[in-house]
Design a protein around this ligand. Structure first.
Ligand code: LLP
Length: 434
């Protein structure tokens, strides 16, 4: 996807400088080809048993990106009413959408039931009771899957580790069983599956193996009670190689899942990859504003900041930084690439060597297609970046750059309210906006 041609960086067939000139910076650019290829790799790897690949939209919920995956038959994993609306708008089939998260509101659950999604991944007994209440009021049956917390260490950054008993996610085995029993007895709930997601940016199959075995144990116990599940959802979290290192081996993971689930050939496997589908397909283009040198360090100040790409500041993540124009010269002193935000946490790269780098140059932050734009904010009152999709030697705008007017529009009052039709719960209340 990324190549240098005569010293200039290309994203597929389009020069990075052309994108920067045409759409401005900071700019997220995603390769259509790379997104579809990574989906193809998943499909190929997970062909051992009936599998639905539910794209975790939090990684990149841009409508055009989602539409590409929906068009290939992917399902979606959503964690809010907003993501659910986006999923439906992007064309994901409702019957392939699963809804996770520890804090769903009544309005969000009502939306899920009304739109007939595949399942609500329930994460506590109280949530199950709330879901039952919403379904009863709607006169419907809610599709349920229970999220197991298997108490497994995913061996990843603490902020994105979700499978240990001390995290807020899912429920422990005994509680899960109690929830299944309750759901089975309710005329307003329909038990369909079991869910588990132990974390993100997982580098080895080991933790998945432990989690899958814990899930299988519960599936077996349920069988003993005469319950056959329609699906087993083993979550996402497949790690990618950012700088050095290797990503998770999908073939090995698929074989492991197939082995553990062999006793239940009828049950559909669901996986929920986010990062591994889109991270490598995206770059963040930014322009060099200034260079400066203190007695201690060298800095390259660029026009993207932690509000555009939060991962380095939040997780100490390393995104390789490549210059759009390769300049000669050896031995460039290492510099910190920093943004305009008024925080010392605002860095995009540390000790980066960019020979000959000067004002006006364009830089590309790699592997920024996941948790880049989707985690961006307007902090310091900075309009959010534009997003484009590169398709061969063409590029189309997938989200316009926010304007200064966008920053203040929602605070002007009256007329703006009318623009936000939000899902309502059965009592007509909405807690998705306002
Ligand atoms: N399923 C569930 C229930 C999740 O909570 C997540 C991610 C996924 C699937 C997708 O995980 P993935 O395949 O993308 O690793 N902001 C962090 C990542 C947070 C992930 C949260 N949950 C980052 O930038 O590294």
């Amino acid at each position: 996807m990324l190549t240098y041609r005569r010293g200039r960086l290309f994203i597929d067939g389009v020069g990075a400088w052309r994108l920067a000139e045409r759409f401005g910076t900071p700019l997220y650019a995603y390769s259509k080809k790379a997104i579809l290829e990574s989906f193809g790799r998943f499909e190929a790897a997970f062909s051992l048993r009936p599998t639905t690949i539910c794209y975790a939209m939090k990684a990149n919920s841009n409508r055009a990106v989602c539409a590409l995956l929906a068009g290939r038959g992917a399902g979606a994993e959503v964690v809010s009413g907003g993501e659910l609306l986006r999923a439906l708008e992007a064309g994901f089939a409702p019957g392939r959408i699963v809804f996770s998260g520890v804090g769903k509101t009544d309005a969000e659950m009502a939306l899920a039931i009304e739109r007939a999604i595949l399942a609500v991944n329930v994460e506590s007994m109280e949530e199950l009771e709330a879901l039952e209440g919403v379904a009863r009021r709607l006169g419907r049956r809610a599709p349920v899957s229970v999220r197991l917390n298997p108490d497994v260490d995913a061996g990843t950054h603490a902020h994105v580790s979700t499978g240990l008993a001390e995290t807020k996610f899912g429920v422990e085995k005994a509680q899960a069983m109690a929830m299944f029993v309750k759901a089975m007895r309710s005329p307003h709930l329909k038990v369909l599956g079991i869910h588990c997601h132990i974390g993100s940016q997982i580098a080895t199959v080991g933790p998945y193996k432990k989690a899958a075995r814990a899930v299988a144990g519960l599936v077996r116990d349920l069988e003993g009670k005469g319950v056959a599940l329609e699906f087993v959802d083993l979550g996402g979290g497949m790690g990618v190689a950012y700088g050095q290192g290797k990503g998770l081996g999908l073939g090995e993971l698929s074989r492991e899942f197939a082995r553990v689930l062999a006793p239940w050939p009828e049950a559909r496997l669901i996986v929920e990859p986010g990062r591994s589908l889109t991270a490598g397909a995206g770059v963040l283009l930014t322009r060099v504003l200034y260079r400066k040198q203190t007695t201690k360090r060298r800095f390259i100040v660029v026009d993207a900041g932690m509000n555009d790409l939060l991962r380095p500041a939040l997780y100490g993540a390393v995104h390789p930084i490549w210059p759009e124009r390769r300049r000669g010269g050896k031995g460039a002193a290492p510099a910190d690439v920093v943004g305009p935000i008024c925080e010392s946490a605002d860095f995009l790269g540390k000790d980066v060597r960019l020979p000959g780098c000067r004002r006006g140059d364009v830089l590309a932050l790699l592997k920024a297609g996941a948790y880049g734009f989707s985690m961006s904010s307007q902090y310091n009152s900075r309009p959010r970046a534009a997003e484009v999709i590169v398709d061969g030697d063409d590029a189309v705008l997938a989200r316009r750059r926010e304007t200064l007017d966008d920053l203040v529009a929602a605070e002007r009052g009256d007329q703006e309210r009318k623009r936000s039709p939000a899902p309502r719960d059965c009592a007509g209340r909405s807690d998705l906006v306002e």
